[in-house]
Design a protein around this ligand. Structure first.
Ligand code: ZN
Length: 319
C-alpha cells in the first residue's frame, strides 16, 4: 500500500441477489447461483469493511440486492430486511442503485419507501424526477459521486398505464420484435431486452448539468449505475438501452474518472478512449461460498486503487 494515506476509501459490492433458497442456475442453465450463501458473503464483506482503519467513507451497493425468486415465494420483504440488516451493521452510509431484480420484487413506488432509497431528502442534489434514484454527493472536496438510475426508462417497476411505461414499451418494441422481450435473438442492438433499461432525457440533462458543475469546480467524478455503459466492459446484451447517450454526456466533460456497474456477473473492465475507467463488478450471487466478490477502493489525488476480494482482482486506475 501507498506511503501517503488515501483521500478517502469506499466499499463496492454488486448483485447480491439473496433468497432463502437452495442453489440454482442462471437462465442459461450453466452458472450456479448460491442464493442462500450470498447473505453469508455479504456478512463477510461487511465484517471486512467495518474493520478498515481509517474507516471507510461509504459503501456503494450496485443493485439486484435480492433475487427475483423472492417475488414468487412471497419472501421479498423478509429477504430485503435481512440484506439491509447486514448492511446496517456498517457505521457508514450505504448508497444503493436499483437493478432489475429489485423491480421483480418491488414496484418503483414501493422501493422509494424501503431502505434501498438512499436518495437524500434535499432536492438540490437529486434528479428532477421524483421516483428516479439519481443523485450526487461530495465525499471530500474536489470529488463527487453520482448515482444513476438505469431503469428510469423501463417496463419494470412501473404501472402499465403510466406514460413512462408506455414510452418505454414503445422504445423496447421498436428495437425488439421478439415475442419474448427478454430474448436478444436476432437483434441488431441486443441490449434492447426487458431485463435492461435506460436513461430518460430528463435524467441525462440533469447528469449533464452536474458534470458541468464538476468541470467548473475541477472535481473528479465517479459514476455508478446498475447497467454497464461501455461495450468493452460488458457483453453486448447487458448494456443499458441508450448507453451511447450516457457515454456521450460523460465524454463531453473532463471530470468523470470512473464508471462503476454490476448486472454482468462475470465482471468486466476497460479504459475508454477518453481516459474513463469502466469497472463492472463480479456478482456475489454466482460466487462460491468459499470465495467472495467485493472490493475496497482507495482514492488518491491521481488514482484509485481497487483491492478486490475473492473473484474481484486488484487494480490501479490512474486519472
Ligand atoms: Zn441486474
Amino acid at each position: 500500500m501507498e506511503a501517503a494515506p488515501p483521500v478517502f476509501a469506499f466499499g463496492v459490492i454488486a448483485d447480491i441477489q439473496y433468497a432463502d433458497a437452495d442453489d440454482g442456475y442462471d437462465f442459461g442453465g450453466c452458472r450456479r447461483r448460491y442464493y442462500r450463501q450470498s447473505l453469508k458473503l455479504l456478512r463477510d464483506a461487511v465484517d471486512a469493511w467495518a474493520a478498515e482503519r481509517p474507516p471507510l467513507a461509504f459503501v456503494l451497493q450496485l443493485g439486484d440486492s435480492i433475487d427475483g425468486l423472492n417475488a414468487r415465494r412471497g419472501t421479498a420483504e423478509r429477504a430485503l430486511e435481512q440484506v439491509l440488516a447486514e448492511l446496517g451493521r456498517l457505521p457508514v452510509p450505504v448508497h444503493h442503485t436499483w437493478g432489475n431484480h429489485d423491480f421483480y420484487n418491488f414496484s418503483r413506488a414501493r422501493l422509494v419507501h424501503t431502505g434501498l432509497n438512499s436518495r437524500p431528502t434535499g432536492a438540490m442534489s437529486s434528479s428532477p424526477v421524483a421516483d428516479c434514484q439519481a443523485y450526487h454527493f461530495s465525499p471530500s472536496p474536489r470529488f463527487r459521486i453520482i448515482v444513476l438510475d438505469a431503469y428510469d426508462l423501463s417496463i419494470l417497476g412501473r404501472e402499465p398505464d403510466s406514460p413512462r411505461y408506455q414510452e418505454s414499451l414503445q422504445l423496447l418494441q421498436e428495437n425488439n420484435p421478439n415475442d419474448n422481450l427478454n430474448s436478444p435473438t436476432g437483434l441488431e442492438e441486443p441490449q434492447f431486452v426487458e431485463f435492461n433499461g435506460g436513461f430518460s432525457q430528463v435524467q441525462l440533462d440533469w447528469f449533464n448539468e452536474v458534470l458541468k458543475f464538476s468541470d467548473e469546480n475541477q472535481e473528479k467524478v465517479v459514476v455508478m449505475g446498475h447497467l454497464p455503459i461501455h461495450p468493452d466492459a460488458s457483453d453486448r446484451v447487458c448494456l443499458a438501452w441508450n448507453y451511447k447517450d450516457a457515454l456521450s454526456v460523460i465524454h463531453s466533460h473532463q471530470c468523470v474518472v470512473c464508471f462503476l456497474a454490476g448486472h454482468l456477473h462475470d465482471g468486466g473492465y476497460c479504459l475508454d478512449s477518453h481516459g474513463v475507467h469502466h469497472l463492472t463488478l463480479e456478482g456475489v450471487i454466482e460466487t462460491p461460498p468459499e470465495s467472495n466478490a467485493f472490493g475496497t477502493i482507495y482514492v488518491y489525488e491521481d488514482k484509485m486503487i481497487l483491492k478486490g476480494r475473492g473473484r474481484i482482482s486488484d487494480r490501479v486506475m490512474h486519472f
